[in-house]
Design a protein around this ligand. Structure first.
Ligand SMILES: CC(C)(COP(=O)(O)OP(=O)(O)OC[C@H]1O[C@@H](n2cnc3c(N)ncnc32)[C@H](O)[C@@H]1OP(=O)(O)O)[C@@H](O)C(=O)NCCC(=O)NCCS
Length: 188
């Protein structure tokens, strides 16, 4: 599954980044990445990986059969600047589905990194036989991600009204987007 990694890519600003699977030694780098996410955004994280204790447990439980976690590492300083995860369920009836979550360091956004990470996640999903990629986005908060998902042929499947609670106790809609994965590269 990971034969193509580490894989080098270049951001719009010309800096080099390595994409590779996350390993237990990445705990510190991943914690630092999530610590750099501003509060108004990290509030909406579905895994609360900004909490170092949760990160410790998450790393300890790393199991590529359940979660495929990829990181982007800046070559200049070995800093982890993005993380994308494919979450799978063990139930046989859900083995063809993966849930996608992505976070890019605010300092390195709009440099095409999110797109490269998403393309890699789609490619990995294709390799392991995933047929449906699902991503959930909070309306009015994760608009950049919604736009990026649209560009990669995710389509809006459902909206759950007033499902997510913001920091002020205000409710927000959850948009569920799906990408059907085809079996060949024509998808790209
Ligand atoms: C969504 C996210 C991953 C995009 O990462 P990125 O590295 O900035 O993405 P890219 O530079 O590859 O941009 C891809 C597309 O995203 C959209 N996009 C990125 N930033 C945007 C912004 N500030 N406003 C609107 N659209 C934006 C655009 O459609 C862009 O395509 P374009 O450059 O052709 O216009 C990043 O903003 C992020 O981590 N957001 C917070 C986490 C999140 O919302 N995750 C989703 C829940 S799983």
């Amino acid at each position: 599954m990971f034969e193509d990694y580490p894989r080098e890519t270049v951001l719009k600003d010309g800096s080099f980044v390595l994409l590779r699977p996350a390993v237990p030694d990445d705990e510190k780098g991943l914690s630092e990445l999530f610590a750099r996410i501003p509060d108004d955004e990290s509030w909406f994280l579905r895994d609360d990986l900004a909490d170092p204790e949760i990160m410790r447990q998450w790393i300890k439980d790393l199991n590529y059969d359940r979660v495929i976690p990829m990181v982007a590492v800046r070559q200049d300083d070995d800093r982890i600047i993005a993380n994308v995860r494919l979450h799978r369920r063990s139930a046989r009836c859900m083995r063809h589905v993966a849930h996608l979550r992505i976070t890019v360091d605010p300092e390195f956004r709009q440099q095409r990194l999110g797109t490269w990470m998403l393309v890699d996640a789609i490619k990995l999903a294709m390799e392991i036989g995933i047929e449906k990629l699902v991503a959930e986005f909070v309306e009015g908060v994760e608009e950049a991600a919604i736009s990026a998902a649209h560009k990669l042929d995710f389509f809006e499947q459902a909206v759950i009204k007033e499902y997510v609670m913001g920091p002020q106790g205000d409710y927000k809609n959850l948009i569920i987007m799906v990408k059907n994965i085809h079996r060949d590269w024509s998808d790209f």
